[in-house]
Design a protein around this ligand. Structure first.
Ligand code: FES
Length: 138
C-alpha cells in the first residue's frame, strides 16, 4: 500500500489557497520545534465568518497537504465552527496520514486557532481562554 493517499499527494502537488493576505484580519504562525517546520495562516473575517484564507507552509509534504485541506475545510465557515476543526478531522479528510506524520496535521489545527485568537485579540473580542491551549512542543 502506498504510504500516502491520493488526496495527500493531490494537496501536496496542487495545494489550494497558497499565499498571503496583506490586509488579513487574523494571522497565526506556529512551528514544530522538533522538525523545524513552520506554518502561517491568514484569515479574512466578515461578520464572524471566514471569507478568505491563505497559507504559507515551510515544511514537509504532509504539512503542506494538511494546510491545504484545512484551509478548504474552514473557508466560508463561522469562526466557532473553524475552532472545532481538529487535526484528526484534517487527516481524515486527506484519507489518513501515516502515524509518524500525524503531528504535521496538528500544525494546521494550531495555526488556525492562533489566527482566530489573533483576530479576537486585535479586535478586543472576549473569548474563553480554554479554547486556546498553548501550542504543544512535540
Ligand atoms: Fe514537520 Fe511534517 S515533518 S510538520
Amino acid at each position: 500500500m502506498a504510504l500516502y493517499s491520493e488526496k495527500v499527494m493531490d494537496h501536496f502537488t496542487n495545494p489550494r489557497n497558497v499565499g498571503k493576505i496583506d490586509d488579513a484580519d487574523g494571522v497565526g504562525e506556529v512551528g514544530n520545534a522538533r522538525c523545524g517546520d513552520i506554518m502561517k495562516i491568514y484569515l479574512k473575517i466578515d461578520n464572524g465568518v471566514i471569507t478568505d484564507v491563505k497559507f504559507n507552509t515551510f515544511g514537509c509534504g504532509s504539512a503542506i497537504a494538511s494546510s491545504s485541506m484545512a484551509t478548504e475545510l474552514i473557508k466560508g465557515k463561522p469562526l466557532d465552527e473553524a475552532l472545532k476543526l481538529t487535526n484528526k478531522a484534517v487527516a481524515e479528510a486527506l484519507d489518513g496520514l501515516p502515524a509518524h506524520k500525524m503531528h504535521c496535521s496538528v500544525l494546521a489545527e494550531e495555526a488556525i486557532r492562533a489566527a482566530i485568537k489573533d483576530y479576537y485579540d486585535k479586535n478586543g473580542i472576549a473569548y474563553d481562554k480554554a479554547q486556546f491551549p498553548e501550542p504543544h512542543e512535540d
